[in-house]
Ligand binder design. Structure first.
Ligand SMILES: [Zn+2]
Ligand SMILES: [Zn+2]
Length: 119
C-alpha cells in the first residue's frame, strides 16, 4: 500500500479517521495513533478523547457497583444476623429482618455481577 497523498511513497500506517494510507511525511501521531497531518489531526484527537472517556466512565461505573455490593452485603449480613439472634426474643418479627437481610444480600450479588460486566 502507498501513501494516499503521495502515490509514489510507501505507507507506514493508516489514518484512524479516514483509513487512508500515510507515508512518513503525511502521518501525524496523535495520542499514539496515526492521523493525516493537518487534515484529520483534530478529528482523531477527539475520537481518542471520547474512547478514553468511555473507558474511564465504565471503570467508574464498575467501582460504584462494587461499592454498592460491599455496602449491601455488609448491611444484609447485619440484618440477617440481627434477625437470627432476635428470633428467640421477638419470634416471627425476626423473620422480617432476616428477609431484609436476604434481600440485601441478593442486591449485593446482583451489583457484584454488574460490576464484573463493566470491567
Ligand atoms: Zn485522515
Ligand atoms: Zn504522504
Amino acid at each position: 500500500m502507498n501513501c494516499f497523498y503521495h502515490t509514489d511513497k510507501p505507507a507506514i500506517g493508516i489514518c484512524k479517521h479516514c483509513q487512508r494510507g500515510l507515508c512518513a511525511d503525511c502521518a501525524a501521531i496523535i495520542d499514539d495513533v496515526l492521523a493525516c497531518q493537518h487534515r484529520h489531526e483534530d478529528a482523531v484527537h477527539m475520537q481518542e478523547q471520547l474512547t478514553a472517556r468511555n473507558l474511564f466512565q465504565s471503570k467508574r461505573v464498575s467501582s460504584a457497583y462494587t461499592r454498592n455490593a460491599i455496602f449491601y452485603g455488609l448491611v444484609g449480613i447485619l440484618f440477617a444476623w440481627f434477625g437470627y439472634i432476635q428470633y428467640r426474643f421477638i419470634g416471627i418479627q425476626a423473620i422480617f429482618f432476616m428477609l431484609i437481610g436476604l434481600f440485601l444480600l441478593y442486591a449485593a450479588t446482583a451489583n457484584y455481577f454488574e460490576s464484573r460486566k463493566h470491567k
